[in-house]
Design a protein around this ligand. Structure first.
Ligand code: 3SK
Length: 520
């Protein structure tokens, strides 16, 4: 059921209702050997919400939340939502250049940051004039003169009434990489957030309060936010957080926290299989009942091997940051066909349209995917992009699919030049712009090249200026430059030098020709 009263506050729904309905002692968060009950969580959210109000945060203000997967990230987002402001969870690997754009574009008023991630943020804060304060969660002992999260919590009142938000008020802002090279803000209302749990999670995962959701998707990734915040808290269940995810730490958390629903991406499943091919013998994974996967298509062999070695089925699904969570998936494990993504999630409709005419195509023909349902695409401050993305009430997530005769939707490709590597979305043009800053580079085209482990890797085709020669050291220098300028996962793992780039008659670079070279 995804119809909500006209006034609803997502933080109140995810936390206070459990305390009021006798589930206050349920464990909400497990992190290392610590546990936070719903009562503890409410106490922290209320105190931090009051502290934020004292610092001048008002309803509608945007607050950046920059963390690895730690409990303070969840407390911060809920506190911001409870007072009617809008959290903007930010990927921990973003560099000052990317953060500067986001701070300025969203007009962030305050930031909450884990101390080990403070440096890069301070550089960005210096470059804009909107951020009034930065609150720091002390852990590794970084020197700073900013207010401390813990001290603010200790000093604040524990009584906080939720702001009377309307269901349609914005409750979450996530940045997504587009092909233009500049991340765009996708915004979601309080009811959108609840709808991901009451739709997809409720119907496809059938959670109970005994479930423990765990895994590795970062909380600032819409997929991770749903899996590890909204879903467990909606059902009075537990979330298991792992700060530094490796196959080992993830399986340790499964054993120690009794994870039942393991949420991950294909690359991580493959890494687990190669590091612990017989994981069930090295770790007690008997608590697991289901795996989830998204971010990139799940290969049938990964599905089969995880089933064989770990005894669980993986529900694959497609979602986007703009749609907030998964909108096509198999609904029950007994209907899974690993070759396909599945059916529209209850509450959503999907169709395939001809990209040229916009007409709906019959089954068996591939075309643009269009969806509509309880969540949809809303960009922050991008009216042109918005017009393109939502037409006649249908959202166009930017994927090419085919609907098979049996009704299942099967993924074909991305419509644009977005590279999806290990679940990270990397806009090729953003990497191109950075490489073009180097003196040696005359022109460059960046594409995704197929890769067994990562799905795709970033590959740069470069034409050098005459006076430069291709060499191993030049490759390393260019790679390091990108690593130091953008989030390191965006660096080109492969670089190939060409005499010229393939172009159309009108002078446009033909990236498809470069992609074709990778297939042969
Ligand atoms: O990439 C996906 O498939 C996805 C799934 C859920 C939420 C967000 C995203 C990007």
């Amino acid at each position: 059921e995804t119809d909500y009263p006209s006034n609803v506050n997502v933080a109140e729904e995810l936390v206070d209702t459990h305390v009021e309905n006798g589930r206050g002692d349920n464990v909400a968060i497990r992190f290392r050997d610590r546990e936070l009950t719903y009562r503890d969580l409410k106490d922290r959210v209320d105190r931090f919400g009051n502290a934020l109000k004292d610092l001048g945060v008002e309803p509608g203000d945007r607050v950046l939340v920059r963390f690895p997967n730690r409990p303070e990230a969840i407390v911060s987002c809920l506190a911001v939502q409870k007072i009617g402001a809008i959290p903007q969870p930010s990927m921990k690997l973003l560099r000052a250049k990317e953060l500067t754009h986001i701070l300025d574009d969203a007009k962030i008023k305050l930031a909450v940051v884990y101390d080990d991630l403070l440096d890069e943020l301070e550089d960005a804060v210096d470059a804009v004039d909107c951020v009034e304060e930065v609150v720091v969660v002390d852990d590794v002992g970084v020197d700073h003169d900013r207010p401390s999260y813990q001290r603010l919590i200790d000093d604040a009142s524990d009584e906080l009434a939720a702001h009377d938000t309307e269901a349609t008020d914005l409750g979450l802002m996530l940045y997504t990489s587009g092909t233009t090279g500049r991340p765009k803000g996708a915004v979601h209302s309080h009811s959108d957030i609840l709808a991901t749990a009451d739709g997809y999670a409720n119907y496809c995962l059938e959670p109970t309060e005994d479930d423990v959701f765990g895994g590795n998707p970062p909380l600032p990734f819409a997929y991770g936010y749903g899996d590890l915040v909204t879903f467990p808290l909606r059902f009075g269940a537990t979330t298991s957080l792992v700060q530094d995810a490796t196959p080992q730490t993830l399986l340790e958390a499964v054993e120690d926290h009794g994870v039942t629903v393991f949420c991950s991406v294909p690359t991580a499943y493959n890494q687990i299989l190669s590091k612990f091919p017989d994981g069930h013998e090295e770790y007690d994974v008997s608590s697991l009942r289901l795996g989830l996967s998204a971010g990139e298509p799940l290969a049938p062999h990964t599905f089969d091997e995880i089933g064989e070695k770990y005894g669980i089925d993986i529900l694959d699904g497609i979602g986007t940051t703009e749609m907030l969570h998964i909108f096509i998936s198999h609904r029950h494990t007994d209907e899974i066909d690993p070759e396909a993504t599945g059916f529209p999630v209850p509450g959503y409709e999907a169709k395939i349209v001809d990209p040229e005419t916009g007409d709906e195509l019959e089954r068996g023909r591939s075309g643009q995917l269009a969806v509509r349902g309880p969540t949809g695409i809303t960009y922050w401050n991008r009216p042109e992009k918005q017009k393109d993305a939502v037409r006649d009430g249908w959202s166009f997530p930017g994927d090419i699919f085919v609907q098979r005769e049996d009704g299942r939707f099967e993924y074909q490709s991305r419509e644009d030049d977005l590279i999806i590597s290990s679940g990270y979305n990397i806009p090729g043009p953003e990497v191109e712009m950075v490489l073009e800053e180097r003196e040696a580079v005359q022109e460059v085209a960046v594409i995704g090249a197929p890769d067994e482990e990562r799905g795709e890797i970033v590959k740069a085709y470069i034409v050098l200026h005459e006076e430069y020669e291709a060499s191993e050291s030049l490759v390393s220098e260019l790679q390091n430059y990108v690593k130091n300028t953008l989030a390191p996962y965006k660096y080109p793992r492969a670089i190939q030098f060409l005499d010229e780039l393939p172009r159309t008659e009108t002078g446009k670079i033909q990236r498809t020709k470069l992609r074709d070279r990778e297939q042969t």
